[in-house]
Design a protein around this ligand. Structure first.
Ligand SMILES: [Zn+2]
Ligand SMILES: [Zn+2]
Ligand SMILES: [Zn+2]
Length: 189
């Protein structure tokens, strides 16, 4: 009799251990969970017990340029998914992509380079022009000084001839008169 009693006590203790199990409650039924609803807890359709966790959205596979959509409740995410790079091959979709901002930066850089090379070309041309102008000016100065020296030379020659003429006029002989005539022609030239 004592043995039977101890077996009963053992079984009672054993049964209380099973009561704590998540799938069964004190009424000894298996919980029948409600359908999952995003942002809500599931509850048992029999005993109305709530599940401990809130169901999160079940997002679709991310695609570039699209919003993710919940496969359960069809709600859309706010943000459009952008490519994983702003200049290069996208890790997600495998396409080459360049952002407008990046393209503008690259275009600006190219533009600056073109401007720079034009400026360089202009400066080089200007330098060459200045060099030519300088050469030309030097040439003009040479010509000017050449003309001046020639004029001095001519003036000197003229004064020499005049002196000779003055002396020759004193000579009244025929050869003297011829010499005067010859000198007069030379001065006129
Ligand atoms: Zn239940
Ligand atoms: Zn959802
Ligand atoms: Zn992409």
């Amino acid at each position: 009799m004592k043995k039977i009693l101890s077996v009963i006590i053992f079984l009672v203790i054993l049964s209380t251990l099973f009561v704590g199990c998540g799938t069964q409650d004190s009424n000894n039924h298996i919980h029948q969970w409600s359908e999952e609803v995003c942002g809500e807890r599931q509850h048992c359709l029999i005993c109305n017990l709530s599940n401990s966790f809130i169901a999160e959205h079940n997002w679709s596979t991310p695609k570039c340029g699209q919003k993710q959509k919940c496969l359960r409740c069809s709600v859309e995410n706010d943000v459009l998914l952008s490519h994983t790079t702003d200049d290069g091959v996208c890790d997600r979709c495998g396409e080459y992509y360049i952002s407008k901002e990046k393209a503008i930066v690259i275009e600006n850089t190219r533009y600056q380079q073109v401007i720079q090379s034009l400026e360089d070309e202009y400066n080089t041309s200007l330098e060459n022009l200045n060099l030519k102008a300088k050469e030309y000016k030097v040439h003009i100065i040479h010509t000017e000084s050449y003309i001046n020296s020639r004029l001095t030379e001519i003036a000197n020659k003229l004064s020499t001839l005049r002196t000779e003429l003055a002396i020759a006029k004193w000579d009244t002989s025929l050869s003297g008169k011829n010499k005067v005539q010859k000198l007069e022609v030379e001065i006129t030239d």
